[in-house]
Ligand binder design. Structure first.
Ligand code: CP3
Length: 394
């Protein structure tokens, strides 16, 4: 589908959704009879007619239309202009026809909004002028009041939900990941200073992590109040920790985030990279869904976190750089492993900037075309457990 100038209006899309329902409800975001989008049903583990699909970091540098906007404004300037933020959020929805939009923002934006001197340096990532390494430094970190400190975020969310015919995903950075940027002052491979504080100054660490959990919580509550229908916590760098340390030093703060938005009733996703050994404690933080990176097959992830918890993932983002034949095989393998229920197709981490957008579009089409068979077979097995027992080869 070529990019178009506008996403169709809600009423036009309602007609479309009606047509789609008769055509097997395979279009993006197609709600069921109760008006519930496919994505939300998948996050609840309900039976599906096909597997929904979106991509982490789907907006951004792999899209020429994003690069065109970026020539006029830097990352934070885009985030602070609701119309621009809404525009770049919609770009991948139009071009790729994914089942969800994810708000265009950054996990470090709330930190910048409360006065942390922070710059996204091209080719490096978030760089912080005065890292937090002592109790005195921590005093500089004040609480985050989204409606006052960053009103443009909720405004972008409101613009988007008025426009979109599919769910909008809100997000925040996990406490360990934000702490790592604040302590190291820049992206780190080892997270050595971060772990040094964690082990060496546990009281300071606890205060920092609780403060960051409160930043994430305030941010998510505000996005949800403005209309975001899903909340994802990107605890991207948690994989630097062993399970016991994660449990001791991070899990209590993560719990604070998930329990703080529990009553709002939106699906809550917890995602970490290189976090295979942490899947159980990540799930214990209270999320409804676990995002799995590409290193752990989805069936093995499920065996670790419990069969009842839906999973999201987990195609290796680098596969998208390979020829289509290879991509297709790998997509099929992920779908197969996901089993056609309690699965939302995604990459195992963000889209790489060098990804051809056309490959992403073909993946969406492929999932849409090929997952219904898998879902049908799965649904048939679910309603006929006796028949399955009688035919061991079925
Ligand atoms: O569609 C989308 O997902 C885009 C919205 C989005 C951005 N950042 C915009 C962005 C999201 C969901 C994020 C999350 C984010 N930011 C994470 C968690 C996801 C992950 O990849 O693990 C992390 C760790 C960050 C911190 C961050 N921001 C880094 C490490 C970088 C530089 C590296 C990179 O990928 O470019 C950024 C900058 C950034 N955030 C860009 C975008 C589109 C690219 C820079 C630019 O356009 O100027």
């Amino acid at each position: 589908m070529p990019p178009t100038d506008t996403v169709p209006t809600k009423s036009a899309r309602r007609d479309e959704a009606d047509t789609a329902r008769t055509a097997g409800a395979r279009r993006a975001g197609a709600p069921d009879a109760a008006g519930e989008p496919l994505l939300l049903r998948a996050y609840r583990g309900e039976p599906l007619e096909r597997v929904p699909v979106w991509f982490m970091r789907q907006a951004g540098r792999c899209l020429p239309e994003y690069r065109a906007v970026r020539r006029r404004a830097n990352l934070f300037e885009i985030c602070r202009a609701p119309e621009l933020a809404a525009e770049v959020t919609l770009q991948p929805v139009r071009r790729l026809d994914v089942d969800a939009a994810i708000l265009f923002s950054d996990i470090t934006l709330p930190l910048a909004a409360i006065g942390v001197e922070l710059e996204i340096v091209p080719g490096v990532g978030p760089v912080i002028a005065n890292p937090i390494r002592s109790t005195a430094d921590l005093r500089r970190l004040r609480s985050f009041e989204p409606e006052e400190d960053a009103p443009y975020v909720a405004e972008a969310v409101r613009l988007l939900v008025a426009e979109l015919d599919r769910p909008l995903i809100g997000f925040a950075g996990g406490p360990f990941t934000l702490a790592s940027y604040l302590i190291e002052g820049r992206p780190s491979k080892t997270h050595a200073l971060t772990r040094k504080m964690m082990y060496g100054e546990p009281l300071l660490w606890r205060r920092l992590l609780d403060a960051l959990a409160d930043v994430a919580l305030a941010s998510l509550r505000s996005q949800i109040a403005a209309g975001a229908q899903v909340a994802q916590v990107f605890e991207s760098w948690a994989g630097a920790l062993d399970p016991d340390s994660y449990r001791r030093f991070v899990l209590p703060s993560a719990r604070r985030i998930f329990s703080g938005i529990a009553e709002l009733g939106v699906p809550r996703i917890h995602f970490g990279v290189g976090a295979g050994e942490l899947l159980e404690p990540l799930a214990q933080a209270g999320a409804d869904v676990i995002g799995v990176d590409w290193r752990v097959p989805l069936d093995r992830a499920r065996a670790r976190i419990g069969e009842g918890i839906p999973v999201q993932g987990n195609l290796d983002p680098a596969v998208c750089l390979a020829p289509w034949q290879v991509v297709r095989e790998r997509v099929d393998a992920v779908l197969q492993c996901g089993g056609g229920v309690g699965h939302v197709f995604n990459l195992g981490h963000g889209v790489l900037p060098e990804t051809p957008p056309d490959t992403l579009r073909r993946i969406v089409e492929h999932v849409r075309e090929h997952s219904p068979r898998l879902c049908e077979a799965r649904n048939a097995r679910a309603v006929q457990p006796d028949a399955r027992a009688a035919q061991p080869n079925a």
